[in-house]
Design a protein around this ligand. Sequence first.
Ligand code: XYL
Length: 386
Amino acid sequence: MYDAQPAHKFTFGLWTVGNVGRDPFGEPVRKPLSPPEIVHLLAEVGAWGVNFHDNDLIPIDATPSERDSIIKAFRGALAETGLVVPMATTNLFSHPAFKDGAFTSNDPAVRAYALQKTMAAMDLGAEFGATTYVFWGGREGSESDAAKNPLEGLKWFREALNFLCEYSLAQGYNYRFALEAKPNEPRGDIFLPTTGAMLGFIETLDHSDMVGVNPEVAHETMAGLNFAHAVAQALDAGKLFHIDLNDQASGRYDQDFRFAAHNYKQNFFLVKLLEDVGYDGPRHFDAHAYRSEDLQGVKDFARGCIRSYLILAEKARRFNADAEIQGLLAELKTVEPAVAALAGSYSAERVAALKAHQFDRDALGARGLGYEKLDQLTFELLMGVR
Ligand code: XYL
């Protein structure tokens, strides 16, 4: 019942199950796995695809012959397992050259190097058939506004994306770009900190039709926002090109926990939203195992991400089929047809009808909405007592 099907398109990054558990205070706790080992691990846990940053696959200092043999081995593992590569991205944050950002660095040489590195990474992704290209501007921001003009930062970021859209078109790549927002960490403040900010920015791009968003549970939660609402806005705009599933407690460091490890209820409403609209893009887990785990724990983590999603999807089906819950929801929308017809799009008739109607605002205000019961029923359904 909770087995992944190809239609779910569950994917993981090489950097997720490959995470060695280094943190700002401690050394790695797990041995690095090679990309083919990761592909086999992902196949074992039921994933459909694998994504990568350029340097997850090819180290930044690899020679051309090392590059060739890595690509050959990775291709072999994909062929053996049937895993696909739907998304690729660029590491524009690890190397010291990017300490002040990449596309928004004050240094024109760094901005130019970032373009060069991204073009090469787009070539690499296209070699493996990736059709989504993610942009997470990990260090596109500042600690002090004395050092950077945010207007210049936005201008340079726009220039870079316009350039890379043209490059994608000129190469005949089939990429859709997905911009990923994060409010802070590793910079004090990252530009365009939320999915809503990205959606506004996209409309200023030359090829806005090619560009959407890659919202991440942890990032919106770090900003103190409701993730499902951010995803709904992206869906409403036709811009949900990709999604990063994980979990996060608000007010903490960037935790990237196993999907639904922390906030079952918020993630239930997220899964319900994705399932209700028939989202058919990849369901990507951008998360990693606790630092306490060994290789077995990493597999438990990856299986847990998939299983939790499927359990919440099943709960969403039950929510939709629950007569009492649906009855309460239907009641909320039940009014006399003549009154219901007053709300809607603009028309001269509706203006006239609205102006003539007498609302009983005290009665409207006195009506109990039953949300306590609805929320308790949701809790009971999620806890398995319903
Ligand atoms: C880290 C980010 C990245 C992006 C890809 O917080 O989520 O892993 O998803 O660069």
